[in-house]
Design a protein around this ligand. Sequence first.
Ligand code: IPM
Ligand code: MN
Length: 369
Amino acid sequence: MRKKIAVLPGDGIGPEVIEQAIKVLDAVADRFNHHFEYQHAHVGAIAIDKTGNPLPEETLEACIDSDAVLFGAIGDPKYDNDPSAKVRPEQGLLRLRKELGLYANIRPVITYKKLLHLSPLKEEKVDGVDLVIYRELTSGIYFGEKGRDENSAFDVCFYKTEDIDRITHAAFQAAAKRKKKVTLVDKANVLESSRFWRSRVRELAKEYPDITLDFMYVDNAAMQLIQYPKQFDVVLTSNMFGDILSDEASVLNGSMGLLPSASIGIRTSLFEPIHGSFPQAAGEDVANPMAAILSAAMMLDELEMTKEARVVRTTVKHILEKGIGTPELNAKYKLHCSQVGDMVAHLIAEDISLDIGEDRLAEKISTII
Ligand code: IPM
Ligand code: MN
């Protein structure tokens, strides 16, 4: 297959982790006979520096014109302490979400046995966690009417039927391929928009008789995610609640550097590691590229290259379970960001297994990287 991919590395560690994801995509292309054509474009603080605009028109055009968007990270300390600055890197991302109609943000969280000790929770609480958050991404309080005068301010949480319906279908379809459970997280004891969500979701659930639907208030969900995260399969929720809960869920498995995301659009979809731009580590070659690599795997799934996506995920898992990784994983074999990328790419291109004795493993690693 031939696919056009817009590559938006962004700020901080974005460029270096995206470089690794591209190495891996190239290895996939080699092995499975595909052709990926990349079009690089700026977004975020670097785009502001170059053009004054966090999402320049040519970047938006490159995205619209491609089959998928691979996104790094945005943000720079010079904007962090001034949330009211007129031009900010986040505006680029929010506008991109709206322009591409990225209505569903999907954030899977799984655990790796070898890394359980990194979790802030007890190992037995997190061992076996396998959940995915479906966060509505183009409506709600983020995009509702806003206003301010001298003595007051407001942000409206507004939802239309179609905003709720399309992500609800996506969530139920995902649950059908997983553990067959959807939990709608809301604040229906207080908010009218939540009561509206409940009635729509309850109605649509009738089309999916095999899926169990349950409801949870967001304050309780915040607690349950810590107390008993294994109960969750697909968590369906609105924009703001999803923003908060997905950050909470992202620490369960011990490293944010392992978590990918997909934002499904009406036409083009966007794939992005969930970690931020981590400016302190930029250019140091220590960032964990696995989240970006796994985001590329989610992209392959969306491009209907399911087998290829599976190979990427299996390879990543295999490497992590062998105790190989970037320094923050406390790995037995500590590699740089670029070396992790080389290793994943090499194992995929050559279809090599690491199923060898511990004594030969170190030797093998040194020949690969
Ligand atoms: C995220 C981020 C964004 C959000 C920011 C950068 C606007 O936190 O992708 O979760 O709030 O959606
Ligand atoms: Mn967030």
